[in-house]
Design a protein around this ligand. Structure first.
Ligand SMILES: *Cc1c(COP(=O)(O)O)cnc(C)c1O
Length: 298
């Protein structure tokens, strides 16, 4: 269980789109979807500190939970395969055959389907006990890799972007734009930036899911702003969104998925067109990955 630091850096490149031009807003995209052929996205960065802990503790494997399209379980299983450690996944609901589940199996992850009631108990004390007995000494990662360890790992995202500014012809930038689900990744960027650059979070889940509270608990109140980008619900997809994704992909050749990155970029367009950013503003759009999960939707 070594070699985590050998993964390549996520490439940063300019992203020019027709709707940016009239407003003079400049965009670069940090491609977390391109860090590795197997491992992709922000979920890798959220796992990093967990894997370091597991390594230090000499854990024989790592166990976590998620749904049948989970980008998080996919990143964990792929990391296990890539770096040679055992993984187990506790899945929500009843056995399903999805492209994600097939990958988890191919990467050698032990799968356990919990049904819905047992899965709902995942935040209760004692939930992990039977699994710790079944997999003695294994490191347990909370759903989605959330929490302060997950946020801490995301500091590397900021480092990787800063290393590549010259490549896109920038000496500095004004802020980040990224999709937020639990807000863990966003909190990690806020903590790493220490107020130097503003972090704009496009919420993929509607109000009432406690995301602002979670972000505040991890990163305080300052240095970021949250926008509703959920378009009526998490995983709700509409024609305008799909048309926007098609047009963006055709123009930029950057692949997007509808749940996070597509919604985030569309919310950015809406803000740019509403005049939220002064001409000359330079933003880094974080491509948080998720393309593997898209096979289950479109
Ligand atoms: C999980 C995920 C997010 C959300 O990350 P959080 O840290 O939960 O806010 C964004 N984009 C993609 C592609 C994801 O898989």
């Amino acid at each position: 269980m070594t070699g985590f630091d050998a993964l390549p850096v996520a490439p940063l490149h300019r992203l020019t789109l027709d709707w940016l031009r009239p407003f003079g807003v400049e965009l670069a995209v940090l491609r977390l979807d391109l860090i590795d052929p197997l491992i992709s996205g922000n979920k890798w960065f959220k796992l990093l500190e967990h894997l370091r802990l597991a390594q230090q503790a000499g854990a024989p494997g790592v166990i976590s939970l998620g749904g049948a399209h989970s980008n998080h379980l996919h990143a964990l299983a792929a990391a296990g395969k890539r770096f040679g450690f055992a993984t187990a996944g506790l899945l929500r609901g009843h056995p399903q055959d999805t492209p994600t589940v097939r990958d988890l199996q191919a990467y050698g992850m032990h799968l356990h389907w919990l049904g819905y009631a047992d899965y709902r108990a995942r935040h209760q004390t004692g939930f992990w006990l039977p699994w710790q007995q079944r997999y003695p000494g294994w490191h347990c990662v909370p759903e989605g890799g959330g929490g302060s360890l997950g946020a801490k790992g995301c500091a590397l995202i900021v480092t990787q972007a800063k290393q590549q500014l010259a490549k896109v012809g920038w000496s500095d930038y004004d802020g980040w734009w990224l999709a937020a689900g639990t807000g863990t990744t966003l909190a990690g960027l806020v903590l790493a930036e220490r107020g130097e650059h503003r972090v704009h979070g496009a919420l993929a889940v509607p109000a009432g899911h406690g995301v602002p509270e979670q972000v505040e608990a991890l990163a305080g109140r300052n240095g970021y702003h949250l926008y509703d980008a959920s378009r009526g619900g998490f995983a709700k997809v509409d024609e305008a969104l799909l048309a926007f994704i098609d047009a963006s992909e055709a123009e930029s050749a950057v692949p997007l998925e509808p749940l996070y990155t597509g919604k985030a970029l569309m919310a950015l367009r809406d803000q740019v067109e509403a005049g939220a950013f002064a001409p000359g503003t330079r933003l880094i759009f974080l491509h948080s990955g998720g393309l593997q999960g898209r096979r289950g939707f479109v």
